[in-house]
Design a protein around this ligand. Sequence first.
Ligand SMILES: *Cc1c(COP(=O)(O)O)cnc(C)c1O
Length: 361
Amino acid sequence: MEKYPVPLVPGPVSIPQEVLAAYAVDYGSADMESEFFELYESCERSLQQMLATKSQVAILSGEGMLALWGALKSAVQPDDRVLAVATGVFGYGVGDMARRIGAQVEEAGFGYASALDPQQVADIARRFRPKLITAVHCETPSGTLNPLAELGEIAREVDALLYVDFVASAGGTPVGVDEWGIDLGLLGSQKALSCMADLSMVTVSERAWAAIEAADYVGYDALAPWRTGVADRYLPYTHNWQAMAGLRVALDLFEAEGQEAAYRRHADVASYCRDRLREIGVELWPDSEEISSPTVTAAVVPDGWTWERLDGELRKRGVAVGGSYGPLAGKVFRIGHMGSQANHDLVERGMDALAEVLGMA
Ligand SMILES: *Cc1c(COP(=O)(O)O)cnc(C)c1O
């Protein structure tokens, strides 16, 4: 494996040395189990602050997709109606996942360079009467950020639960779980938190716990055991000390910087990245201050270039950016400036290399 000195891939992101150091400690001893639960509870409290919620936060061993699948399978039963609000690869993907577990799915679908329109979502929800509405905050493959503030009210009006993927936004931009009425909020460790890809976090509201109890789903990814598991000191599988200790360090770093400062750093770096791309003459995807995400910037692969060639030239200069997926594969590339990578100097070096590469075309 080659290590790139300018890591700008939108996940997994570069892991700070302090977080890595937590993995080099041997915590393993049955005697320490109560300490593990105390560590878990302190991470849960910090996550509640970060996400502005009183909901319990289930912390599971496994990467982000585990949160997406676990919350869906735990709350949705076959033939339940699910309204998937989709503006990109993950939004449409969650709809497909719900279909595969037997739900009746309808999409509130929008273009891959746009944000959701709450009015259209409300119209479909009133007609379709879903049990669950799904949405994605930051659509990482298209660099967009969806406005979520009105979805909670729509969900309450039609008596649906609101499921939101904020895997690629939380920690880099404000997320208000309680204010936005999010019942199942999904987070992974390898994006703005800048940990390894080894933990998933799910905020679960009281309404969501009731649905989970009714669905009675069992499986390795089931959320149900987390309702009382931590209080009872009894989780369904051996947890990962190193990952939890790494998460604690990451949350300490976030708290030491302060939420406002962390969000400002992300916004400033994102704005700098967009300015540099425009200056270099690269088209942004989409070119919109309003809906572009502070954690990742997407741009169109320039005319005369393939993604593979662009990627190859950048990697020769030690710069790793991301390609994209689905309909955007080969057409869009992405600069991931979340967590440890929301760093002005890093993005500057990446943009300098891009300017040099495109200049030699
Ligand atoms: C990264 C990501 C996930 C989780 O993916 P993993 O590969 O499991 O880390 C889910 N949703 C979004 C929007 C993401 O960016």
